[in-house]
Design a protein around this ligand. Structure first.
Ligand code: AN7
Length: 350
């Protein structure tokens, strides 16, 4: 049978009447073997990229959103709301459009990537930009959803993490076991928590017989979990993870500690270096926040963290096309000349 989306595919791990499922056939994303980065380490590792940019709206959020929106429909909800650094709003807008729900999104003005903003707008969400950051927006939508009949679809909604756990299932289905390490960028800290839940559920039912160590990376200017206190004014070029007080802080710390992993941080320079390496040496275009996971793996390898030979999966959480401004700003500008073959040959170096 053809792919039916994550909820139907893993229906035994969900609790829903199938007729209420709202899906864009998300999931089943490729686990791409690294051809360069993992092999370039002093002690090479067996590195894979879980390329979540190939979901219907271009990020991992679709896994959580298909289930959150389906459950909202099942419960008779007519409207949903979220705060977002961009990808959640894009996904909420698309799945709400499909379900016929009203969708309201709060975003930090000027700090969301162009592709994401365009998605929320074209799907017909009510887009409200606030002169504040994600953390301010989350506080407001939480309050609204507690007082009015509007369903919150941020990852505080447990159905979001339930959906996102399927990323772990798919990896184990391909590898036939769990990887040794699983590495993710950490923003609101939902995804690392969801993956950990997924791995544990898969082991409980005997699909795998080991668990990975969970590795999370925050951006240096937005690293509350690493520093141990909320960041009032988070900053990073990776706007998706520009979050100072993550909602799933405790869950992420639990995933780190139960698995024997770590949560550390990488600089914007390291993020951009990994972003370019992925694009130029692996042929994989992800957004800057996604490459924080790969930047983290590179940093760990330089510290002698890996023995060599371990299987390591990095989730590349969002597609590079989400953020064309950063792609252009960090690449060589195209030359612009008259259509003259000799000048063109000179530029090519022939
Ligand atoms: C590409 O869209 O928080 O640690 O509002 O878009 O589960 O929050 C996005 C987060 C990583 C961090 N990579 O995941 C939002 C939002 C990308 C992201 C994260 C996000 P979490």
């Amino acid at each position: 049978m053809s792919w039916q989306g994550i909820v139907k595919h893993y229906i035994d791990f969900f609790s829903i009447d199938e007729k209420n499922i709202i899906t864009l056939l998300e999931g089943n994303t490729p686990l791409i073997p690294s051809v360069c980065i993992g092999k370039s380490f002093e002690r090479p590792i067996n590195l894979f990229f879980k390329y979540e940019g190939l979901n219907p709206t271009g990020s991992f959020k679709d896994r959580g959103m298909t289930y959150a929106i389906s459950k909202a429909v099942e419960s008779g909800s007519k409207a949903v709301i979220c705060a977002s650094t961009g990808n959640t709003s894009a996904s909420a807008a698309a799945y709400s459009a499909r379900a016929g729900l009203k969708c309201i999104v709060l975003i930090p003005e000027g700090k969301i990537a162009l592709g994401k903003l365009s998605q929320a707008m074209i799907h017909g969400a009510k887009v409200i930009q606030i002169k504040g950051n994600f953390d301010d927006a989350l506080k407001i939508v939480k309050e609204i959803s507690e007082k009015y009949p509007i369903t919150l679809v941020n990852s505080l909604n447990p159905h979001r993490l339930e959906g996102q756990k399927t990323g772990a299932f798919e990896i184990c289905d391909v590898l036939k076991n769990a990887p040794d390490y699983h590495c993710l960028p950490v923003g609101n800290a939902g995804n690392i928590s969801a993956y950990w839940m997924g791995y544990k559920e898969y082991r409980s039912c005997g699909k795998i017989n080991s668990l990975p160590k969970m590795l999370g990376f925050q951006a240096e200017g937005s690293a509350p979990i690493v520093r141990g206190y909320p960041i009032e004014k988070p900053e990073t070029i990776a706007t998706a993870i520009r979050i100072g007080n993550p909602a799933s802080w405790d869950k992420a710390v639990k995933a780190r500690d139960e698995s024997g992993g770590l949560i550390d941080m990488v600089s914007d320079d390291e993020i951009i270096k990994a972003y370019k390496l992925l694009a130029e040496k692996e042929g994989v275009f992800c957004e800057p926040a996604s490459s924080a996971s790969v930047a983290g793996i590179i940093k760990l390898s330089e510290r002698g963290f890996f023995q060599g030979g371990e299987t390591v999966v990095c989730t590349l959480t969002g597609h590079g096309l989400k953020d064309p401004d950063n792609a252009i700003a960090n690449s060589e500008k195209p030359s612009s000349i008259e259509p003259n073959i000799s000048d063109i040959l000179k530029i090519i170096g022939l």
